[in-house]
Ligand binder design. Structure first.
Ligand SMILES: CC(C)(COP(=O)(O)OP(=O)(O)OC[C@H]1O[C@@H](n2cnc3c(N)ncnc32)[C@H](O)[C@@H]1OP(=O)(O)O)[C@@H](O)C(=O)NCCC(=O)NCCS
Length: 384
């Protein structure tokens, strides 16, 4: 006799779907307060960091644990700039890449290619510098290659944000645009135990290598429920097009139980604090008509989602206004998620370092809820 899955499912040990509320590690890197809508990096509120502290100093904070003094900051900046070159392996890979490929998939495969010849120094810091410095280069090379344009080589005298925009567009960004992209990088650099960070930590916990861990993280970031949303937000705004379409467009999607991209979050039960800052930045640099349309979509969607889900506040998340900031910064729409990866690479590397400093392999358990003691059908009986 066999037991059905219902017999075996234990009501006393329900598995939290999506691991909601499950703490999988102690971390000193970042903390999210979902009720108050706060995000803290190693003790500092992101409201105080974004736009005030240069992104390179925030990256140093995440990796090293304290804000750098002027000498440390200068050295770290130089180190990042010195690593702005790709290997011949990565270059050959990019030259053979189909032009229509998704830039995030190109980035993921380029990181795999980097892992063919890991750095001889065998140091996570060296590998981290290599990875984080080269993400923007890989993307801008690909952008020019797919458009049959001349490659724009990196400049060592520019900051991380400026160099990326320069390499993509051929123009050094204005102070306003540099400030917006620098703040964007800070806001997106880390975010607790998000899905891609967890992937990176699981992979490195087996004592695999950093390139494999970052490949896992990029693959996880790709989905629209995580990092794949900002281009979808942009497409939504384009599709809605004008103010009079906002309400009917949203009503139709909500009635069909479709998700509105750029809204909702697993942890925040109020507005995502990053969204507030990105909204201000978008107001400064985005096209005013697009900003007005996005603000209208925000208020209308919030109202309609509230009616549909009265017990679950569904506010804008980081992706909503990111799409406006990235578009105004000259980033192609299909590179929004890959640009998110440029920022988050710093958080992934910080978590990889933290995991390795006190490692134990991640090996959770599962509750088997399938049948037991089934008899193999006679047709498979070898003795027959
Ligand atoms: C971010 C997200 C994945 C969080 O997921 P989660 O914590 O697992 O939330 P759930 O999937 O359990 O959703 C809970 C309820 O809210 C609804 N909901 C959540 N986000 C929604 C959205 N953006 N639009 C419409 N409804 C939404 C769900 O349909 C679900 O409704 P139900 O209980 O009637 O089935 C989710 O809010 C989402 O899909 N947002 C849109 C994609 C996005 O912006 N991603 C970027 C994240 S930074």
């Amino acid at each position: 006799m066999s037991q059905s899955s219902e017999d075996l499912a234990s009501p006393w040990n329900p598995v939290p779907k999506g691991l909601e509320g499950v703490i999988v590690a102690n971390t000193m890197i970042s903390k999210i307060d979902g009720k108050k809508g706060r995000l803290i990096y190693r003790g500092y509120d992101i409201q105080d960091l974004a736009g005030n502290v240069p992104f390179e100093a925030v990256a140093f904070l995440l990796w090293v644990g304290h804000l750098p003094n002027p000498l440390e900051l200068d050295t770290f900046r130089k180190n990042l700039a010195e690593h702005r070159h790709i290997s011949s392996d990565v270059r050959s890979f990019l030259e053979g890449t189909p032009h229509e490929a998704d830039p995030l998939v190109v980035l993921r495969t380029a990181v795999s290619t980097m892992g063919l010849r890991p750095t001889k120094k065998d140091s996570i810091l060296e590998d981290g510098l290599n990875l984080a410095s080269q993400f923007p280069i890989i993307l801008s090379y690909f952008q020019h290659m797919r458009n049959d344009e001349e490659i724009i080589e990196p400049r060592k005298d520019l900051g991380h944000a400026s160099n990326y925009i320069y390499m993509l567009t051929g123009e050094v960004p204005s102070k306003e645009h540099e400030h917006a992209l620098d703040s964007y990088l800070t806001l997106l650099a880390d975010h607790g135990m998000n899905a891609s960070t967890f992937s990176a930590r699981v992979t490195i916990s087996t004592l695999s290598d950093i390139y494999s861990a970052i490949v896992s993280a990029i693959g996880t970031l790709k989905g629209p429920l995580h990092g794949g949303a900002p281009s979808k937000v942009w497409e939504m705004l384009q599709e809605i097009g004008q103010a009079e379409n906002v309400t009917p467009w949203l009503k139709e999607r909500i009635a069909n139980k479709e998700r509105i991209m750029g809204f909702g979050h697993r942890i925040y039960r109020t507005e995502d604090p990053r969204s507030k800052i990105l909204k201000k930045l978008a107001k400064e640099i985005a096209n005013p008509d697009t900003f007005a349309l996005a603000s209208l979509v925000e208020s209308e969607a919030r109202k309609l989602l509230q009616e549909e889900h009265p017990d679950r506040p569904l506010d804008t998340n980081v992706e909503f206004y990111s799409s406006l900031v990235l578009n105004a910064g000259g980033i192609p729409t299909d590179m929004f998620t890959a640009t998110f990866a440029c920022a988050r690479s710093f958080g992934w590397v910080a978590h990889i370092m933290e995991q390795l400093a006190d490692n134990r392999i991640y090996r959770p358990d599962s509750e088997y809820v399938g049948p037991l003691d089934l008899s193999v059908p006679k047709m498979y009986d070898a003795k027959k």
